[in-house]
Design a protein around this ligand. Sequence first.
Ligand code: 0RA
Length: 640
Amino acid sequence: MSNHNYTAESIKTLKGLEAVRKRPAMYIGSTGSTGLHHLVYEVVDNSIDEALAGYCDRVDVFIHADNSITVLDNGRGIPVDYHAGEKMSALQLVMTTLHAGGKFDNSSYKVSGGLHGVGVSCVNALSVSLKVEVYRDNDIYFMEFSRGIPLEEIKVIGKTEKKGTKVTFLPDPNIFEVTEFSFDILSKRLRELAFLNKGLRITITDERGEGKNHDFCYPGGLVSFISYLDENKVPLHPQPFYFDQSKDGTEIEIAMQYNDSYVENLFSFANNINTIDGGTHLSGFKKGLTRAINNYITDNNLLKSNNKLELKGDDFREGLTAIVSVKLSNPQFEGQTKTKLGNSDIMGIVESSIVDSLGIYLGENPVIAKKIVDKCINSAIAREAARKARQLARRKSVMDGGGLPGKLADCTERDPSKCEIFLVEGDSAGGSAKMGRDRTFQAILPLKGKILNVEKARIDKVISHEEIQVIVQALGTGFGKNEDDDGFNISKLRYNKIIIMTDADVDGSHIRTLLLTFLFRHMPGLVENGNVYIAQPPLYKIKAGKEERYAFNDEEKDRIMQEWKDKKNISIQRYKGLGEMNPEQLADTTMNPATRTLLQVKLEDTIEADRIFTMLMGEEVEPRRRFIEENAKKVKNLDI
Ligand code: 0RA
């Protein structure tokens, strides 16, 4: 530092990075785990920009033993020449100025830039140490920074034949609440990036502990992505449909495949960012899909025997997995979380391109086209049946009076934000729960037996299932697509917390999974909004004389046994069912907010969640068998 010359410019850049350190969340979203991992994406995005510009085909990421990260690419290398206007090297400028990247490179469009797109200088500002090596013109250039401040001027430290950039950084523990990287989180995003940028090889190596390594490279791009998403599904046609187009600096890529399930699975990306709230590219895709298939049906007169049937948008997407990825030079992201694409011209471009290309594909593949059209027609028939079943259910509930199910023990509070409902396995536990609850704000809905596995059932069957009707009535939200007359509406939810309470045995797990499958597939809004919880009843009661303790897992039981090792007459009761507890015990251990533990169900990764539900609950037996074989060793308490 002592021999470093401060210029007016370097002071200016310092001010910029100071702002990042003062308000890190404004730049990287959070200072928790999400923000920490975002640092890696921010550096990787620069490498991917090099790949998109055609100069880089490999990115290697390392998690070192001390939780520092290295990102190495074989791109052009960050420019190193002296920048007269700014009175410092280009490298220093890139590393210390917010949004410096574009200054050098107007010709190639920057597309990545991450969700926050703040650049590598933010990573620098938020790292205790950042070292960068640039391989350019046969020299190795080096600079080191601490909290964004250069430790010395740029220097050449050796010769090389390589080209590229290597950035190694250690996140600042004064900024981040968490400083441990998750291999799984990084690996998932890097895999996604490899799918989205076909042919780019991305590796990740974990040097901590036993060490781990993944190597991703997909020459098939989105087609490989579809195969990954639908690994556990039965496809309707062997190869995904694929289309790409590059015009006026805008690139559109679409891959889709129908499978024999009833689940619609659409993913959209803009500049490699998962636009979870969709936007113009996704709307354009949906419109184009509807038009293309409708054109085919009309041209081939395929609705003749069913001419009263009206196909709706949803009908064209039943059992469809599709990915829409666009790359454009001026993305406009909208919405609170900036995950919705707003560029209006994209809608028409995507729509017309899919109408044309899918139209040609259907024309050239009549056997596949017939399967797809049949699937759409069957969906419309089922939707019509579902509408009738729903009307019937509504009429029945009106005749029952009030519209609330008879077996619901409702609470007296009317403000939903204060209310909770327990979905309880079995009448006997339901009875204890009713006696143990605080009736002012806790409602109890006992469920008999196992609800329908909705993963294998079409909407008409789901709607006709009695236990599901009872749940839907109690929750008050309605269910299904919003565009239907009586679709899911979260503002009508009658309870802020929906608590699944099942026995701690195999049947209980099954019932919980069935309930979660229903909620995830048909009321995903509740999961996204954090309304769904799992009750944690104790596994053991440990008694010594008059003293009683509860243990919620084996470790806790062992700890209590250790503490009590000098006591006499210790007895352990393993609770198999909620019904074995009396109402006060159930209330104390599992229901009373002051003493209970609840697990909140969160949806962090929609892609992984879909794969798991399909694998556990879907038609294909083989993937489930593989999963059971791989995981059987981990099972501790299996009571058969
Ligand atoms: C500015 C301009 C150019 C490349 C880069 C930055 C660049 C940054 C990073 C960060 C990690 N890897 C990177 N690779 C490249 C263009 C360079 C030129 O025109 O030669």
